[in-house]
Design a protein around this ligand. Structure first.
Ligand code: PLP
Length: 394
């Protein structure tokens, strides 16, 4: 299982994106074990929430068991109802689409734009103007008859979406915005941290993310009622903790103190991790720009990307091999590399969901190759990756 997140790669393999555990992780975890604070309450949970809120510059943060649970909760907090619809990019990991289904609602998959690969505001507008109508004060999809509840931008690969443009559309059509920032911790949009201006946004601390807690997630919001509701729903909707009275069906979605302890130690190193990620990306850009047939994601003028998962595009006719051919050769040489996710409009799991004019996502999926870019990647290993790309067998 070489690509299972969290699986330790075989000896000699250059891993795609693995954690960096070099700070106070051991010390803080030991503190949990020594004090018996190991479960889903404890001082590290509070500290981790505070540290993350401060780092992102968000008012409130609520820790969750993973990013998917954060997204499910955030959608519920935003007021989603069963059988409503949410507008999502087709090019994403499946978790946000699944979270929409957990809420009994339906994703509608829209295209991404070709330069930064993020949800295209223009395509969102086109979908709304061509495919939706106002019905009793609600925006309704003419094909399905369902109400559109929200836009769910997914900031993929460490680069932010054009969030102001998406917010403008959302405000105009009275839609909620629930941001999937799971891949984008530390990135900035117009000099503001992603998540700082959000109505509600979610992060992940899965093993392959910029920082990890093993597994974990966080909801950030500026809305005190939403933060309280997120806390309530993620702790089994407990109204009386002594008599065990629950007025609603909640979820056991809270992060444990042990995981939060790792998270605190990781946040302490986050800035240096982001800098290292950007350094790795800059080195790849520099060394690969002269290779014919290799193209790059462009960093938007308004963006500060973390380059979380460094990904190139292969133009087969110029490079001489297609992306899958390159992937095969790299992996045979012990260089872990992988394609992007199957676009959601092709996913059998979401075959009953609508998509609209998706083309760019297909081209990116055909051509993309993600390369090793762990914080701990050595210069020698990076040189090995670069050389393998420069000397592929055509
Ligand atoms: C875009 C995206 N959304 C959501 C998730 C889900 O996060 P988690 O694995 O913590 O549930 C991930 C990654 O794992 C992701 O890449």
């Amino acid at each position: 299982m070489p690509f299972e997140p969290g699986a330790v790669p075989a000896k000699g393999t250059i891993p795609l994106s693995v954690p960096e555990i070099n700070g106070n992780e051991w010390k803080y975890v030991k503190e949990c074990l020594d004090t018996n604070w190991v479960s889903s309450v404890g001082p590290f949970v509070n500290r981790f929430e505070q540290m993350l809120a401060e780092y992102v510059d968000a008012k409130y943060a609520v820790a969750t068991v993973n990013g998917t649970a954060a997204l499910h909760t955030a959608l519920l907090v935003s007021g989603i109802q069963p059988d409503e619809e949410v507008l999502l990019p087709a090019l994403t990991f499946i978790a946000p689409a699944n979270a929409v289904r957990y809420a009994g609602a339906w994703p509608v998959f829209l295209d991404v734009e070709p330069n930064h690969w993020q949800l295209d505001p223009q395509k969102v507008l086109e979908f709304i103007e061509q495919q939706c109508q106002w019905n009793e004060g609600k925006l309704v999809n003419k094909t399905s008859g369902r109400r559109i509840h929200a836009i769910l931008p997914v900031h993929i690969l460490g680069h932010p979406c054009d969030i102001d443009a998406l917010f403008e559309i959302a405000r105009k059509f009275d839609l909620a915005v629930v941001e999937d920032a799971t891949e984008c911790l530390g990135a900035k949009y117009k000099n503001r941290k992603v998540g700082s201006q959000s109505d509600i946004a979610c992060f992940s601390f899965n093993g392959n993310k910029v920082i990890t807690t093993g597994g974990g997630g966080m909801i950030v919001t500026g809305n005190p009622e939403w933060a309280e509701r997120a806390r309530y729903l993620t702790t089994q909707a407990k109204d009386d903790p002594f008599e065990y009275v629950h007025n609603e069906i909640g979820f056991n979605y809270r992060l444990t103190n042990v995981q939060a302890a790792i998270g605190c130690a990781q946040v302490e190193q986050l800035e240096s991790f982001v800098n290292r990620k950007r350094e790795i990306a800059a080195m790849y850009d520099r060394e690969l720009q002269s290779v014919r047939g290799i193209n790059f994601m462009k960093e938007a003028s308004w963006a500060f990307s973390t380059s979380w998962l460094y990904t190139i595009l292969i133009n087969e006719s110029e490079y001489g091999v297609d992306s899958r051919g390159l992937l095969e050769q790299l992996n045979q040489k012990g260089i872990q590399s992988r394609p992007l996710w199957q676009p959601m409009h092709h996913s059998p799991a979401h075959k009953n969901s609508q998509s609209f004019n998706v083309h760019v996502a297909d081209a990116l999926h055909r051509d993309a190759v993600s390369l090793p870019c762990s914080v701990g990647l050595t210069d020698a290993d990076q040189a090995r990756v670069i050389s393998a790309i420069q000397h592929t067998t055509r």
